[in-house]
Ligand binder design. Structure first.
Ligand SMILES: [Zn+2]
Length: 82
């Protein structure tokens, strides 16, 4: 789980945008910049908008952890607008 010191740096989202609702496979394109968490192992990565997620061999899962799937947990404000 990600850490923070000062919660005034975070905005609560209503989660209605598509990028909050989907899981993304290895090497697919990140819809927005932010912190993404793997469904199977809870590992977190940062990814920039339009960059590909890490390839399938980025890390290994046990059989019970299933496929690597990335989910957006924190969207970063790269435009400084919020
Ligand atoms: Zn994983």
């Amino acid at each position: 789980m990600a850490w923070y010191v000062d919660e005034s740096n975070l905005n609560k989202s209503d989660g209605n945008k598509d990028w909050w609702k989907h899981w993304y496979g290895p090497s697919t394109k990140a819809p927005v910049s932010g912190i993404y968490k793997c469904l199977g192992c809870k590992r977190e990565i940062t990814s920039n908008a339009d960059d590909p997620f890490p390839p399938q061999n980025h890390h290994q899962h046990s059989q019970t952890q299933g496929d690597i799937r990335w989910h957006l947990i924190v969207r970063t404000d790269t435009e400084g607008t919020a």
